[in-house]
Design a protein around this ligand. Structure first.
Ligand SMILES: [Zn+2]
Ligand SMILES: [Zn+2]
Length: 443
């Protein structure tokens, strides 16, 4: 069965949307809004949807920006406007979830027809964006609701989701700038970072250790992380239990990649001593990455930001919703529609996060593409039996010391690199043997 997908710009059309005009095009005066990052946007207030403000630009294009991204003066101005319109408008029903499940078995042509009618209806008002907009939106939603209560519902899903405004992605990385750099084009939002852990002591507590340590990675330029700006629901979501055991499946808001909770042998890293308290460890290229959602990145209080962005374009939150309430009603992918957006959540047991990639992805060699490459400087080592990492200390800007114990004996890996980021020196200090020093140059 096909899945109907309507990609609509944050669907100004739904009846849950509050619009500034009760009929007709009625575009308001174009004004300039100041964002909290100092940038300006031009447009007229079109509607509010959840915590998103939809601005209509001169070209007629709609732009969605989270309310919290506006300067406080403009937030106040927009809230006043919303209050004014709420008073003006008659109460509108607000069906927030936009998922409809309809029968997958049997020959139910009426449902087929209804869905097609629904598609045409939605398509029509999208094209015209005219006076029929709200009427069609309401009719479409009623139709969706009607379908959703039909008996024997299972797998067919109709969803109305839109492109992700790059500004809304950008705001989620704000806390980790300038160590994380961002930019975007029409297709992807790019994240540049060196992938180093931001919480210390990283690596501490690992008991299954391959002798790798975190070194900076060149996730920059054409090797940057890429988050799709136009996520599309996949017909067949890819399971992380059977695929994607190589490379990252998400990029955390601190610029550290997030891998499949299962390692490349299909074991849950979290359950076998491979991870530190933050859910991270290092790969063969001395590349630090997480294997579970880095929930420690969720700030206390305030509005919750996602902890990462999955490489299919959907957010990954910790255990809580953006408003601080505990997440419930997760689907089999460990995600759900919430306030008009689809996102994933962390859970504290297997499979920990993102059971399958809900969005369309391109896979090559068992990895999501595009996928930046980690770059090691030395030949990878083997697991060190009986070792426990007891500390990782940053001694200087480009200088770290990792401490570990084997059979009660303490050893260190003392390592540093020069300002070019190319030349590395590793000192291996063991209690009862000589200190050994190796130098490496990154190609
Ligand atoms: Zn790993
Ligand atoms: Zn949620």
């Amino acid at each position: 069965m096909r899945v109907f997908i309507f990609t609509v710009l944050l669907s100004a059309a739904l009846s849950s949307t509050m619009t500034a005009h009760s009929g007709g095009h009625g575009r308001g005066p174009v004004s300039t809004f100041l964002l909290s990052n100092g940038r300006h946007v031009h447009g007229s207030f079109h509607s509010a949807r959840g915590s998103w403000i939809i601005l209509e630009q001169r070209s007629g294009a709609l732009k969605a920006i989270p309310l919290e991204q506006f300067s406080s003066a403009d937030q106040q101005r927009l809230e006043d406007e919303i209050g004014r319109i709420t008073k003006m408008n008659a109460p509108v029903e607000a069906p927030s979830p936009i998922v409809v499940q309809t029968p997958t078995s049997g020959k139910d042509h009426s449902t087929e027809l209804a869905l097609i009618a629904c598609a045409l209806l939605l398509g029509t008002f999208m094209v015209t964006r005219s006076t029929s907009l709200r009427i069609a939106g309401t009719a479409g939603t009623m139709l969706l609701l009607f379908l959703s209560v039909s008996p024997g519902t299972t797998a067919r899903i109709v969803e109305i989701l839109g492109p992700t405004p790059p500004e809304s992605i950008d705001s989620t990385f704000a806390a980790y700038k300038p160590r994380v750099k961002t930019r975007w084009d029409a297709t992807y939002f790019y994240v540049e970072s060196n992938g180093m852990p931001t919480a210390m002591p990283a690596m501490k507590g690992i008991t299954a250790w391959q002798q790798q340590v975190p070194i900076p990675q060149p996730y920059t330029g054409s090797n940057a992380w890429a988050i799709p700006l136009n996520p599309v629901i996949a017909d067949v979501p890819v399971s992380l239990d059977t695929a994607l055991h190589t490379g990252a499946v998400a990029i955390a808001v601190n610029g550290v990649p997030v891998f499949n909770p299962e390692n490349n042998r299909g074991e849950f890293s979290q359950d076998i001593g491979e991870l530190d308290a933050f859910g991270g460890h290092c790969g063969r290229a001395d590349d630090y990455h997480y294997h579970i959602a880095p929930v420690h990145l969720t700030p206390k209080g305030t509005i919750k930001i996602p902890v990462a962005w999955a490489l299919d374009g959907y957010k990954l939150y910790g255990y809580e919703e953006p408003d601080g309430t505990v997440a419930t009603n997760l689907d089999q992918h460990l995600g759900h529609l919430w306030n008009g957006e689809y996102h994933y959540h962390a859970i504290d047991k297997k499979p920990y996060m993102i059971a399958s990639m809900r969005g369309k992805i391109t896979i090559q060699n068992d990895q999501v593409m595009p996928q930046p490459r980690a770059a090691g400087v030395r030949t990878f080592l083997q697991a060190l039996k009986g070792a426990t990492i007891t500390d990782l200390r940053q001694c200087d800007t480009n200088h770290f010391a990792l401490r570990y114990e084997v059979n009660g004996k303490t050893s260190f890996v003392n390592y540093r690199w020069d300002s070019t980021g190319k030349n590395f020196v590793f000192n291996f200090v063991k209690t009862d043997s000589a200190r050994t020093t190796f130098t490496y140059t990154r190609k």
